[in-house]
Design a protein around this ligand. Structure first.
Ligand SMILES: [Mn+2]
Length: 315
């Protein structure tokens, strides 16, 4: 009997990491290969919504692969949605990596030959969906729903600059099988993921935060993707207090929070800290307001950082 293959995404799993692993394990099983999906961390809110919606059980948790008596007993593993050792399971050297399916830069080397599938598309699940087609297997409604969700999540419903034409075509095909509407379901999914109900605000702001140095000025820029910026702003005072705390914790001068609303297609910017008056002015915040909504601003890298560089060089 052949060993059961373990299929896993990265640590701190996002939707793509979980859904790609589940959908690929299913395809292997259909092909007569024993396989099961594994997760290396807690399921996030968005993924929880998806699994509940399509009534799919979450993958089994595993945090380490223990060494075995002989190399022959080492488990066979497939890595999806990652290929960096720092992002994978502890004890990876006690496993045989037999295959990788990924859409990130490649920083990987192995002792043994393996199957390696890398494509610069918006999500790993796009590639998994292509593998189904190549094997002439139509995914179940559940697996189509999972793969569609992962594409919508990784590409922020096709709005991310990482989204390709192929992601859109595959998503449309999966939409039919899954029996959902991309527009309606996608927004519900993002709202579920962005819900901060019952969650620690500090954790929400710190999920996607980066520190930038503009000369000697240290500015944190955090991005929170949501479909309900208006609702989030009901807690503006609380958010500002949290931003103040984070500045201290991270030893920064200022913080800019981008509340990116995918429905309104723009970002509300909040500023707290030392240079906040200048930053607010630089982003054309009306006098007397402590935040501003910028239509069509979705990218921190392409739209916020260059502007901050300009503003802070003059302060
Ligand atoms: Mn991904």
């Amino acid at each position: 009997m052949s060993k059961q293959i373990l299929i896993m995404g990265h640590k701190s799993p996002d939707t793509d990491s979980i859904c790609a692993a589940l959908a690929y394990a299913e395809l292997k099983k259909i092909s007569g290969i024993s396989a099961k999906a594994i997760r290396l961390g807690k399921i996030n809110k968005e993924t929880r919504f998806i699994l509940d919606y399509f009534k799919v059980t979450e993958p089994e948790f595993m945090n380490e692969i223990m060494g075995s008596q002989s190399v022959n007993e080492n488990p066979d593993v497939i890595l999806v949605d990652h290929n960096e050792r720092t992002q994978t399971i502890d004890g990876i050297d006690n496993a045989n990596i037999i295959e990788v399916v990924d859409h990130h830069r490649v920083v990987f080397s192995t002792a043994n030959p393996l199957y390696y599938r890398a494509e610069p598309v918006g999500s790993t699940s796009t590639i998994i969906a292509k593998l189904y087609k190549e094997k002439n297997v139509v995914p179940t409604r559940e697996m189509a729903g999972l793969m569609l969700s992962a594409i919508l999540s990784d590409t922020v419903i096709f709005k991310s600059p990482t989204c390709t034409e192929e992601d859109k075509i595959i998503a449309k095909e999966l939409e039919k099988i899954a029996g959902v509407s991309i527009d309606v379901y996608g927004k519900d999914m993002i709202i579920a993921g962005a819900s901060i109900e019952g969650e620690n605000l500090i954790d929400v702001v710190k999920t996607d935060i980066k520190l930038f140095e503009f000369g000697r000025k240290k500015v944190l820029v955090s991005q929170v993707t949501t479909a309900g910026v208006t609702k989030l702003l009901e807690n503006k005072k609380e958010i500002q207090e949290v931003l103040g705390k984070i500045i201290k914790e991270e030893n920064a001068d200022s913080i800019v929070l981008m509340l990116t609303d995918i429905v309104l297609s723009g970002s509300e910017l909040l500023f707290v800290g030392k240079y906040s008056i200048d930053i607010a002015k630089g982003f054309d915040t009306p006098t007397g307001q402590d935040s501003v909504f910028l239509p069509d601003v979705l990218s921190r890298k392409k739209q916020i950082i260059p502007k901050l560089t300009e503003i802070l060089s003059e302060v």
